[in-house]
Write a protein that binds this ligand. Sequence first.
Ligand code: ADP
Ligand code: MG
Length: 636
Amino acid sequence: MSATTTVAGSGRPGAWRRLARNHLALLGLVIVATICLIALLAPLLPLHPPNATNLAGRLQPPFSPGHWLGTDHLGRDILSRIIWGARVSIAVGVVATAIAAICGTLIGIIAGFYGRWLDNTLMRGVDMLMAFPYMLLALAIVAVLGPGLMNALFAIAIVNIPFFARSVRGVTVGLVRREYIEAARLGGFSDLRILFSEILPNVMPVIIITISTTIGWMILETAGLSFLGLGAQPPQADLGSMLGEGRNLIVTAPHVATIPGLVILVLVIGINLLGDGLRDVLDPRLKSGAMARPGAATEVQVKPSTAASISADRILQVSDLKTYFQIGPRTYKAVDGVSFSLKPGEALGIVGESGSGKSVTAQSILGLVPTPPGRIVGGQVIYRGEDILQVSQERLRQIRGHKIAYVFQDPLTTLNPLFRVGEQIAEAIRQHQPVSHQEAYAKAIERLDQVQIPDARGRARAYPHELSGGMRQRVVIAMALANNPEIIIADEPTTALDVTVQAQILGLLDDLRRDHGVALLFITHDFGVVSEVCDRVLVMYAGRAVETGSVHEVFTTPKHPYTRRLMACVPQLGHPDKDIDAIPGLPPAVDDLPSGCAFAERCDQVLPACRQGVISLDTLAAGRAVRCIRAREELT
Ligand code: ADP
Ligand code: MG
């Protein structure tokens, strides 16, 4: 047990604190630590010899002089036997767990890594082990090997191997296709090195979680075998054999059986409480917050304000939106006071380098930012006179995918691989409209047709993997169109596509917007793309807007140095000699922004004043604003 506690404490700061916050786990830790400490100190404690019999003092009740917990049917001191017995039980449990963990991990990792026939052979062997009822198998193994503590230990270890092998194999299979493992392979690393330096550390949490959940069982099982007389042999004490010996005296001297029974109960409860706590601490998914009670919507910590006004010609108005990520002690201000609005049928582009907060801005609108760690801490998102940051979950569900649709960057992750694309669109339609399946399917085909998929009826029967990237993105757009949305938010919808397909998809979005009056919030890192589809543009840097305006104005007279640098990164057709100027340096981390202009470090026109105070977003004209001192100077 001590091994698992050290792992929790070392390496990852904060693990201890998370464990300590879990009161039940802390209780488990105290119980287990106390019992283990007493058992470890047994040789030093002033105890009677555990096997010394004294027939004259048989079956003394608890609290007898000299025998706190009384004596058993041979007059042996129960306190001493309990402590020595616990020592044996815990040792057997820990050693059996270690054996099962090592063997199971080896089997799982090898099966998962090499796959094919090796995987089949090993895992079918493991399946065979699992096919037998668990305790029966242990009994059979002891029957073959003969009774005795060591044999009980092996039996318990063997029946527990499958639990480790299965969970480790599952994780390994997921890991071998990951890019960093491929990269290690390409780097010429040997299989052994990849297994131990790349895969093992990644499966470690799973192994520890499995240990923490099985060790309690193993101690119980050892006790069970001893109880049946197949484990510890007389006169050796272990918790199970003591329970078994006391069984006949349950009426005349109940304490002989109840005391070891209670110790087993408390020990196993303690281990399981601690194990649960450890699992919460160690599971990386729980740590990142992905599985910590996943909310259906981002948590909003903004007081509802009554001033939900919106000009008549706008359908969406985002004001002063702030979305922060709290990771440990650091606050990442991913979006820090962004405002914009959309008219029906208008296309607004949000541009900026990777990490500037574009996606978080878009996701905040529909409450798609995961909480924790993300939280919306300020602002309003007014859609048709309603602040959708403040609406109920139910209302938000009605709006999502219905009135406001979302197109993600990677169509493969948006589509469910197990269903035909036509069915998926039909399902999306039925989610929001009371139509029969048949009608919905017919509409789905209509939508596929609308996004210019040739032979829509045939393609509707395809699975996502049977379509090319461009086709898949069309399907996703068809799905977004499914319920006649008023707004489509497209987050880098063409980044994963090649240039010709990209042009087609952009053309498609543009047509849809003009034909159906759908407003488009278009997110991209590519200024070239903006010029093709957008009417207006918002340039973001480090979570803030640095320039806004119509595409024409921003393109002809960019005011912010960052905008100019971004535009310089766009290659121009027919101008092969144009210098492509990469912006030097990297965007700053948004948890610790310097005062003044966030771009100052990378700006080639920086002034001393740029690094002082707050640089405001100054309005130059209606719908035109810039956050730069130099632009302000030009004004005056
Ligand atoms: P982009 O402009 O490339 O779309 P994002 O909006 O995805 O950038 O991210 C902006 C910043 O928000 C990131 O640099 C990161 O600091 C933070 N962030 C985004 N998503 C998460 C998350 N799930 N957990 C923690 N921080 C995040
Ligand atoms: Mg993004």
